[in-house]
Design a protein around this ligand. Structure first.
Ligand code: SF4
Length: 93
C-alpha cells in the first residue's frame, strides 16, 4: 500500500548555519551598497510579510540571523553583498 500526503512545499528554504556564517562574513566585508540599491531593498522589506518589528528596530524574520545591531535592517541593508531568503529584487541571488 502506498501512502500519499499532500503537504504543501515550504515557501523557501531557510539558510543553514554554515551558509549564514559564510554569508555574514561576505556581507560585512563587501563595502557599502549604492543609495539606489538600499532604497529598493528597504521598499521590498517594508512590504514583506517576513519583516519583524521590535520597538524602533526592524529585522528579517526569514534569514534566521540572531537579532543584533549587525542584523538590524537599517545597518544590514547597507551591505553591498546581501541575500534575501525570498530572492526579492535589490538583493544578491
Ligand atoms: S530580507 Fe527578504 S525576506 Fe527578509 S524582510 Fe527583507 S524582503 Fe523579507
Amino acid at each position: 500500500m502506498i501512502f500519499r500526503f499532500d503537504i504543501p512545499a515550504p515557501k523557501f528554504s531557510p539558510p543553514g548555519l554554515i551558509s549564514r556564517a559564510v554569508g555574514f562574513a561576505r556581507s560585512v566585508t563587501s563595502g557599502r551598497a549604492s543609495d539606489e540599491t538600499i532604497a529598493v531593498r528597504r521598499r521590498e522589506c517594508e512590504a514583506c510579510p517576513e519583516l519583524v518589528r521590535e520597538a524602533d528596530e526592524l529585522y528579517c524574520g526569514a534569514c534566521r540571523c540572531p537579532r543584533t545591531r549587525w542584523s538590524e535592517l537599517s545597518r544590514k541593508l547597507e551591505f553591498a553583498y546581501l541575500r534575501c531568503p525570498l530572492g526579492r529584487p535589490g538583493f544578491d541571488q
